[in-house]
Design a protein around this ligand. Structure first.
Ligand SMILES: Cc1cc2nc3c(=O)[nH]c(=O)nc-3n(C[C@H](O)[C@H](O)[C@H](O)COP(=O)(O)OP(=O)(O)OC[C@H]3O[C@@H](n4cnc5c(N)ncnc54)[C@H](O)[C@@H]3O)c2cc1C
Length: 338
């Protein structure tokens, strides 16, 4: 375990923000973490746990210690007639775990193909895409409670998963170092093509052709065609969450804006696509200095050319104000602003 001083984080966040951490340390095993927990630099500094940096916006240098999780392993720990329990180290790249499962025809995470980042961060915001969420296949996770130096197991009921949220994004933020995640996957996969874009593409195939591998391939193609590649344009995916409104608000918006889109998520709770709201403000593909929104998806903020994190953050507030002034809806930031 090696602690590096004045460490550049430019290649450790997908916005490619040029910032430094006072201290940086990469953890490859629980033994590494044990060593770190008694170190003075750990004890005397602010800490930030980092995965792939694909859901973080750094607005300044980080004053303290960045702990990068690089614990890597994939194991099948249990199986029965219907399910297989796959345990992955938190530092495994999420899409590598998806590929592992897809290649074995284990069903459940194929719709979550090609989401950047690490396995350990997946429960933090209960990653979701194309009609699936991590919580659908989540069994448990192990994490070290940093204050007590204790390894603890969290089951689904302990995690309070919600829409792009969990207990780890809220009260346990930076307090629990997630070291592994166990998923419960289907040995007899059930294909889920409820999401409209997926359903549309799936029409090109016969039912028997729609295997876990095919769904994964389709999702990858759709994502590649719609989302910017962070290696080309720095970004962190959706910058905002889709706002959830009550029936009264939805009806007010429908009266004012004929083409409004909404999805009924729960009894009398409706999700309005944030991308649609931003687009309606004339901000799709809009550029302001070094930052702006992606031309194909207004929900994605781009670092076009060496933007600072502060510049991007201010631009996100500009978007929030525009949306609020037009719709009286508050956008909530999905990305972790540091
Ligand atoms: C192009 C693009 C597309 C995306 N599409 C989607 C999508 O479809 N759906 C979706 O949900 N997200 C999406 N995202 C967001 C992002 O990929 C996910 O949120 C991902 O899970 C973040 O993983 P990470 O390892 O990069 O986390 P990081 O950005 O490194 O960290 C995110 C948060 O988790 C904490 N954290 C990370 N690892 C640990 C750990 N081991 N223990 C404790 N805390 C930890 C960090 O402190 C931080 O608060 C997208 C991002 C990009 C760039």
């Amino acid at each position: 375990m090696n602690i590096v001083k004045d460490f550049s984080l430019t290649n450790y966040n997908t916005f490619h923000i040029d910032v430094k951490a006072d201290y940086f340390c990469e953890i490859h095993s629980l033994e590494d973490l044990q060593e770190l927990l008694s170190h003075n630099i750990f004890l005397n500094n602010n800490r930030l746990i980092l995965g792939g940096g694909s859901n973080i916006l750094f607005t300044s240098d980080f004053s303290g210690l960045v702990i990068k999780n690089s614990i890597k392993s994939i194991e099948e720990i249990h199986e029965d007639e219907h399910f297989v329990f796959v345990k992955a180290g938190a530092g495994v790249i999420w899409d590598e775990l998806v590929n592992y499962c897809v290649n074995k025809n284990y069903g459940g995470i194929e719709n979550l193909t090609y989401i950047p980042g690490t396995v350990g961060a997946a429960p933090i915001q209960n990653i979701g895409a194309y009609g699936a969420e991590l919580k659908d296949v989540f069994y448990s996770l192990e994490g070290v409670v940093l204050k007590e130096n204790k390894l603890k197991e969290f089951y689904k009921k302990d995690c309070y998963f919600g829409y792009r949220s969990s207990i780890f994004k809220n009260e346990y933020k930076n307090k629990i170092f997630i070291s592994s995640v166990t998923l419960k996957l289907n040995k007899i996969p059930k294909i889920n093509i409820e999401y409209s874009a997926l359903k549309e593409s799936a029409k090109n195939y016969k039912t028997e052709e729609l295997t876990v591998a095919k769904i994964s391939e389709i999702v990858k193609e759709i994502r590649k065609s719609k989302l910017p590649d962070p290696s080309e344009f720095g970004n962190a995916g959706s910058f905002f969450k889709n706002p959830e409104v009550d029936k009264e608000t939805k009806e007010r918006l429908e009266n004012e804006f004929e083409d409004i889109i909404s999805f009924n998520t729960d009894k009398d709770i409706y999700k309005i696509p944030a991308g649609w709201l931003i687009e309606k403000c004339g901000l799709k593909g809009f550029r302001l200095g070094n930052t702006g929104t992606y031309k194909k998806q207004a929900l994605v903020i781009i670092n076009f050319n060496n933007a600072s994190g502060k510049e991007i953050y201010e631009f996100s507030n500009f978007i929030k104000d525009k949306v609020y002034n037009k719709f009286q809806i508050e956008l909530e930031t999905e990305v972790n602003v540091v």
